[in-house]
Every structure is written in structure tokens, then in C-alpha cells.
Ligand binder design. Structure first.
Ligand SMILES: [Zn+2]
Length: 337
């Protein structure tokens, strides 16, 4: 149950009035029921415009470890994504110490290190961290939670904290951003991405539903969320559909289920070689789809349709404490200035 509150729901046209509250802005009234998906309900908050799941519960590391999508992703995604490149193209302008939360196999950290950042990464998936160590030679990467990192790094603060495609999985976004702020230097930056819910094509399918994604964002709701928590938006951009995105869409729609069966077999026999074979098949499929989509590149550029990426950089504005009022005693040097 959301935030442990009791719900009393009454139906009024398409709007469900309840005592449940929005996990982002805490609004209780006028929450619009958008969709019912299995045991979940998706609501849109009229106040901050986020879409959130009820119940809002992260399924835990075990669920992600078993997920076919993430299993293949570890083998397939060996290059920086659009949102990574948004950050990397700014070069090294966000300080020195960088923490990446949900660092995956470390592709982005490796590229950041090349730019001169001193990198630290965390991911709950031990296999991801193993790949980051062995494949990318990264040292400061740990299979721990943000809470554990903050507790162990009490005196260390970061210039920039990145979290790409993470926020939509978090079941308590307010506590998450509070932890992020604890780990940031005053005036430090966050750089993040989420799926853009106003995208024209939907390559995510059921991957965009709970328990995988618990919130859905657009530029407006993401700006609201960060500004209300003391951040100043430096940059917020969405991408336009390109051939990569069209390829991802076709990959999700055209399924022969051969790779799926191989993953199931690999899981049953606990054999990574079979999972790799499934990933190779996916790569072959991607190459074929690329050949189909490449001639469409000029048309896609002309259409300028909204893509699935939403990227943002924001600066943490520390609260400026009021200067002490100078009483006559203090001015004369008798006070404890
Ligand atoms: Zn709200």
C-alpha cells in the first residue's frame, strides 16, 4: 500500500478521489486513474504531472537478476547510450569527483574516466560489478546501495552524481533525492535520464510497467520534482526519433522468441554460454534491423518526432543561512562573532 496509508476510494466520473497521496508532491486530491495493469493501478497527479504506480514497490535485486531484459542487456549494451553521450559531450565541466548510481557494467564510468573524472560507481547487481572490474578495469565500483555508500563515505562529497534510467525504478523518490543531496558538495550537480513518457514510439512495452518502472516522467514533472527539492535546472532535453530508436522499437515488436527460449535454457542449466548465444542472436537481429532502418534516417530527421529519452542536468542550490544581525555589542567587539 502506497506510503502505508489507508485508502478509501470513491469513483467520480474518471477520477478516483482517495486519501492516497502522490509520492512526488504529496497531493491527495484529483489523482486521475490512467490505467489498470495486472495488480497495479497507474495514476496521474494533476499537481506535479507525474504518473505513478499503486502499489509503488521496487521488486528487489533478485527480480532484476532473473529478468531476461537485464540478463541480455549485460551482454548486449557495450556502448554508451544517448543519455550518456549527452553528459560526455559537455566534457569535464561538472567538477572532478563523479559518482554514478546504477552504473551497470561501467561503460559510462569508463568514458567519464577518460575525460578526467575521478569515478566511483555503485550497482546492486554483483554480476554488473564483476564485468566493470574485469572488462573495463574499474576499481572504485561496488555492489552496494546508495544508503550504504553515503554511510561509509561520511566525509567524502561528490561534485556530480549521475543516475541514468534509475529514478523510474525507485519506490521512494523523495528519500532517494535526499540521499543524493547528502552525497553532493554544495553547488554540486546531478545528471540523470528517465524514459520520456511523451515518446512517439514505445519500444519498452511491458518493461514500462510496474514492478519494473514505478513512475513515468515528462519534462514538466521532472522539472517540478527537482526544483521543489532545491535544484536549479541547467539543461533538460528530449531526443528525437532516430534509426537506433526505430530499431529498438522493431526489435521489441518483431519477436521470434528463439533468444527467449535460449535464455530460459541458460537459466535452467545456469550456463552463461547459452545466455551469450542468445545475445549473439540478438546482435544479428539488430544488424538486420539496422539495414532496414538506415534508409529511413533522412525521413526521421525531417519528422522530428519525440524520442524515448529525457535527459537533465541540475545544480544543487545549498540553502544560504541568513547572516547574523550585527547588534551594537557585536559591532563593538563584545559579542561572539
Ligand atoms: Zn504530484
Amino acid at each position: 500500500m502506497l506510503l502505508g496509508l489507508k485508502k478509501t476510494v470513491t469513483h467520480t466520473r474518471n477520477i478516483e478521489m482517495s486519501v492516497m497521496q502522490c509520492p512526488i508532491c504529496c497531493e491527495r486530491s484529483g489523482l486521475n486513474l490512467v490505467e489498470v495493469w495486472k495488480d497495479y493501478k497507474l495514476y496521474n497527479c494533476p499537481s506535479c504531472d507525474v504518473v505513478f504506480s499503486d502499489p509503488m514497490k521496487n521488486p528487489g535485486a533478485g527480480w532484476y537478476g532473473e529478468s531476461e531484459m537485464y540478463m541480455l542487456g549485460k551482454v548486449l549494451h557495450q556502448k554508451a547510450a544517448w543519455y550518456h553521450n549527452q553528459f560526455l559531450q559537455d566534457k569535464k565541466v561538472y567538477g572532478v569527483e563523479l559518482l554514478d548510481v546504477g552504473c551497470g557494467t561501467g561503460i559510462f564510468l569508463k568514458e567519464s574516466q577518460r575525460l578526467g573524472y575521478k569515478i566511483t560507481g555503485i550497482d546492486f547487481d554483483r554480476e554488473n560489478i564483476r564485468i566493470a572490474h574485469e572488462h573495463f578495469g574499474l576499481r572504485e565500483v561496488f555492489p552496494i546501495t546508495l544508503e550504504e555508500l553515503i554511510a561509509s563515505y561520511q566525509n567524502k562529497k561528490f561534485d556530480v552524481i549521475t543516475f541514468f534510467e534509475v529514478l523510474e525504478h525507485i519506490d521512494d523518490p523523495n528519500n532517494f533525492i535526499k540521499l543524493i543531496k547528502t552525497g553532493l558538495k554544495p553547488g554540486g550537480y546531478v545528471a540523470l535520464s528517465v524514459p520520456n513518457r511523451e515518446r512517439f514510439l514505445d519500444p519498452l512495452g511491458k518493461g514500462d510497467y510496474p514492478p519494473n518502472h514505478l513512475t513515468r516522467w515528462n519534462s514538466h514533472s521532472l522539472t517540478y520534482f527537482l526544483e521543489k527539492r532545491g535544484f536549479e535546472i541547467i539543461k533538460i532535453v528530449t531526443n528525437k526519433i532516430n534509426t537506433d530508436e526505430l530499431m529498438g522499437y522493431l526489435r521489441a515488436k518483431i519477436r521470434f522468441r528463439i533468444a527467449h527460449k535460449l535464455v530460459q535454457k541458460g537459466r535452467a542449466y545456469n550456463d552463461p554460454a547459452i545466455i551469450c548465444r542468445a545475445a549473439t542472436l540478438m546482435k544479428i537481429k539488430d544488424t538486420a534491423l539496422k539495414l532496414v532502418t538506415m534508409p529511413l534516417a533522412p525521413i526521421l530527421r525531417l519528422l522530428k518526432l519525440q524520442g524515448g529519452g529525457l535527459y537533465c542536468v541540475a545544480r544543487f542550490k545549498p540553502v544560504v543561512s541568513k547572516p547574523l544581525a550585527l547588534t551594537p555589542d557585536r559591532v563593538r567587539g563584545k559579542g561572539n562573532l
